[in-house]
Design a protein around this ligand. Structure first.
Ligand code: SF4
Ligand code: SF4
Length: 491
């Protein structure tokens, strides 16, 4: 791999008056987490006790329309904003305070394979169980998240839930690779002479017995006032990528020299350069993330229902579990991995190299990320959020009325779209086209990472064909009538 260029941040979010001090403040993250925790409690309450008709329940509307829409816009404007305020990590912090954490995550699981499997399983379960249509199932998932996060973080010393398990976090990590901000440091010379490396080790504090308590790898104990180091074990001066960064800002709080910044960058810089490890699991994750953007949208259009019915007939099964597993297995696993390996092999053959397929794949797979994100953005941000976000008004008024609070007035169930519905198709197409152009730019830039000489157009052709094919397939899917989901009326 060629030598990495150091990030040159032009703007630091942590220096914004008011916001910067709040984010750096020891309790800053907890303030954001508490707000999200209260929202989560409200969703749990309405999901368990409220109307079990999805378009009238806060849990389904907020989870499947607002949460997904807001996070994709968040990636575009700032970065991994959900992980930053993730309420699931509050019990994690409690678990660490109870000091019952200890062991290291097993080495054979220190990769993305489990997260890839869970991400695939989540997309399958979303369709099979119609999660978008069930307030009860939606809140059981939220509850399961709290429990899983607590136990994993209690048992293991690092943030294993965030780094190796959480499917939402995995989705967020890949999405944030196109974000305009990244954790880095202001002055690398300060880091060179820094002895404590508190950004990763946490702070050294005085315990209640007066003994210094060394905080390592995010470990804390009850008798100390501590500041955590990076839970996902990233070392601020070496960070080149948003992969694995939860934007928790623990590093910024822990650094005694205030040297950590959340700096602006070219959103295509990370994918254009050799910022990612050349690992099979990372490359396969990006392929699955990319093709799942299409598979997820495909699950909501007419042809998939016909395909499911045909497969059920051929397999002689009544339940849609197996047909759906086969369809998603092909669209979200077999196709991406097969096409990715084929493109890597073709590109390597055309270039006449003898390098491993892993290296060939890792060289060009990051070029998929901008297009993949644009398809998710068009789907979650464009179609669902802009097409349905105003539905929160009648749903919330209805919730209040159910609890004898009528001062907000009657719900108007015709409220749903934020923009006129007929604007959505052109908007989605424009977003995807911009994503394609960004991916082609990244592909071209990555030609410079070739070990001997710059790769020409012919070497990159297999990847160009994948990008264009994905774009055409997404146009086809997005122009088909799609289930709006989560609203009873679309204005
Ligand atoms: S970021 Fe801060 S704590 Fe980390 S090495 Fe640099 S100066 Fe030390
Ligand atoms: S502590 Fe680690 S995960 Fe949190 S913001 Fe810093 S680098 Fe990212």
């Amino acid at each position: 791999m060629t030598a990495l260029k150091r990030p040159q941040p032009r703007y630091d979010v942590l220096k914004i008056p008011g916001l910067g001090p709040l984010l750096r403040w020891r309790w800053g993250r907890l303030v954001i987490q508490t707000i999200l925790l209260l929202i989560a409690v409200l969703l749990l309450y309405d999901g368990f006790t409220g109307p079990q008709f999805a378009p009238e329940n806060l849990s389904t509307v907020v989870t499947w329309i607002h949460y997904r829409g807001i996070i994709v816009f968040g990636f575009l404007l700032l970065g991994n904003i959900f992980c930053m305020g993730c309420p699931f990590t509050i019990p994690r912090t409690l678990a660490k305070r109870l000091a019952i954490n200890g062991g290291r995550w097993p080495s054979f699981l220190r990769n993305k394979w489990l997260a890839i499997g869970l991400l695939f399983g989540f997309f399958w379960a979303y369709e099979y169980f119609d999660l978008f249509a069930s307030p009860l199932l939606t809140v059981w998932i939220i509850a399961a998240y709290f429990v899983a996060s607590f136990f994993l973080e209690a048992i293991f010393s690092e943030s294993v839930f965030c780094k190796y398990v959480c499917p939402l976090g995995t989705f967020n990590f890949v999405s944030s690779t196109i974000s305009p901000f990244q954790i880095t440091v202001e002055d690398r010379d300060i880091c060179s002479s820094c002895t404590g490396k508190e950004c990763i080790n946490g702070t050294t504090q005085i315990g209640v017995a007066g003994n210094p308590v060394k905080q390592g790898q995010g470990m804390i104990s009850l008798d100390s006032i501590q500041v955590l180091g990076c839970g996902t074990e990233l070392f601020a001066p070496q960070i080149e990528s948003n992969l694995d960064c939860t934007l928790c800002l623990d590093c910024a709080r822990a650094c005694p020299h205030e040297n950590v910044i959340l700096g602006a960058r070219n959103p295509l810089k990370e994918t254009s350069e050799g910022a990612w490890p050349q690992r099979w699991d990372i490359s396969i994750l990006v392929l699955v993330f990319t093709f799942s953007a299409l598979g997820n949208a495909f699950g909501m259009v007419g042809p998939v229902f016909e395909l499911e019915a045909w497969l059920a007939n051929v397999l002689n099964v009544k339940d849609e579990a197996l047909p759906l597993l086969i369809i998603f297995g092909v669209t979200n696993l077999i196709l991406p991995i097969g096409l990715g390996l084929l493109a890597a092999w073709l590109s390597r053959t055309i270039a006449g190299r003898t390098e491993s397929l892993r290296v060939s794949l890792a060289r060009y797979v990051p070029s998929l990320a901008p297009l993949a994100f644009s398809i998710w953005l068009a789907h979650y941000g464009g179609f669902h959020f802009l097409g349905s976000a105003a539905a929160i008004s009648p749903v919330f008024k209805n919730f209040m009325q159910d609890h004898n609070l009528t001062f907000l007035g009657q719900p108007d169930w015709t409220q749903a779209a934020v923009l006129p519905i007929n604007w959505l198709d052109p908007l989605e197409m424009a977003v995807i086209l911009i994503g394609l152009l960004a991916s082609l730019y990244v592909l071209n830039q990555r030609g410079n990472l070739a070990p001997d000489q710059r790769d020409g157009m012919l070497v990159q052709l297999p990847w160009m064909l994948i990008l264009v094919g994905l774009t055409l397939a997404s146009f086809w899917i997005f122009y088909l009538p799609m289930e709006m989901r989560g609203v009873s009326f679309t204005g």
